[in-house]
Design a protein around this ligand. Structure first.
Ligand code: F6P
Length: 343
């Protein structure tokens, strides 16, 4: 019987279980066996696996997280890990591996694929910054959570005549900030793509006050940088296996400066991992399911080195190397629409 392996790597994301379920159902319907590799690339290095059957995927569609577990392991960081990963790929006797991940996990998938391993990628990240696809699953859920938070913060900001700074996720790209800010009616949106000019932010707040608005909502992506500093605000200087620092804190920095410069009382809310946890939206369940079914079809068609992608309303196959070549930053057109409502 043909065997397919599947792993989930990087930060978790609502909709991962929908993909795992869709791959497994499609595989079993076509008489393939499915091997779940636990905790991302760590499971391939350690040969830590579990069988995926109809019983094991039953009821997982609405569940957040990933039943396989995840990690930010980078096998290319350590030569002995890489040897083990290559060795176990063969030992597991899998005919193909489906890798669900973002830029880092799929970056590893692309390298292994270039070495000749049969791999198909599925795009995942709440940040929506993966190239070669219109949307990654998980993004819609994160945007909905952030939008609900902004709605709630609006009422308290208005009652107390305060400025509220909401820090959302988005390491290199401000997709969550832009979409949730647009949906939630933010008065200013600050993203990593555009350095923050603090005087301009205060100008917008003052303009609102001058026309009688005594509150403002500022949405900031965690990766946004102050123009003067040119660097992100980080929690510490430690880097993960892919060289990323732990972001967080720009909201507090901004809140303090805004209060000092405008004289208006300011509060800061950091949404953090709340945006990544819990049940996926219907959109993400459907997108994850479509990606999973098509991903397994690509395996059966032996179309390796590809990634499934959403283009318009169609699921297509693109080159994995195209997906990891560069990051997809926020579309100018959508940001300009959001800007219409600043101030
Ligand atoms: O890559 C997705 C993401 O949620 C980023 O927005 C964020 O910077 C990062 O992961 C947080 O990673 P961790 O869960 O390891 O703290």
């Amino acid at each position: 019987m043909a065997r397919v392996g599947i792993l989930t790597g990087g930060g978790d994301c609502p909709g991962l279980n929908a993909v795992i379920r869709a791959v497994t159902r499609t595989a079993i319907n076509n008489s393939w066996e499915v091997v779940g590799i636990k905790n991302g690339w760590r499971g391939l290095i350690d040969k830590d696996t579990m069988p995926l059957t109809l019983a094991s995927i039953s009821g997982i569609l609405p569940k957040g997280g990933t039943i396989l577990g995840t990690s930010r392991t980078n096998p290319y960081k350590d030569e002995s890990d890489l040897q083990k990963a290559r060795h176990n790929f063969k030992e597991l006797k899998i005919d193909a591996l489906i890798v669900i991940g973002g830029e880092d996990t799929l970056g590893v998938a692309n390298k292994l694929s270039e070495e000749g391993f049969p791999i198909v990628g599925i795009p995942k990240t709440i940040d929506n910054d993966l190239n070669a696809t219109d949307f990654t699953f998980g993004f819609d859920t994160a945007v909905n959570i952030a939008t609900e938070a902004i709605d709630r913060l609006h009422t308290t900001a208005e009652s107390h005549h305060r400025i509220i700074v909401v820090e959302v996720m988005g390491r290199h790209a401000g997709w969550i900030a832009t979409y949730s800010g647009l949906a939630g009616g933010a008065d200013v949106i600050l993203i990593p793509e555009i350095p923050i000019e603090i005087d301009k932010v205060c100008e917008v707040i003052n303009r609102r006050h001058n026309r009688g608005k005594t509150f403002s909502i500022i949405v900031v992506a965690e990766g946004a940088k102050l123009k003067e500093l040119k660097e992100e605000v980080t929690q510490d200087k430690e880097k993960d296996a892919f060289g990323h620092v732990k972001l967080g804190g720009i909201g507090q920095v901004l809140g303090k400066v805004i209060e000092e410069k405008t004289g208006y009382e300011t509060r800061v809310t950091v949404l953090g991992h709340v945006q990544r946890g819990g049940s996926p939206t219907a959109f993400d369940r459907i997108l994850g399911t479509r990606y999973g079914v098509r991903g397994m079809q690509l395996v059966m068609e032996k179309k390796f080195g590809k990634m499934v992608s959403l283009r318009g309303n169609k699921i297509v196959a693109v080159e994995l190397k195209e997906a990891v070549a560069e990051l997809k930053t926020v579309d100018k057109e959508i940001f300009e629409i959001a800007e219409t409502f600043f101030g």
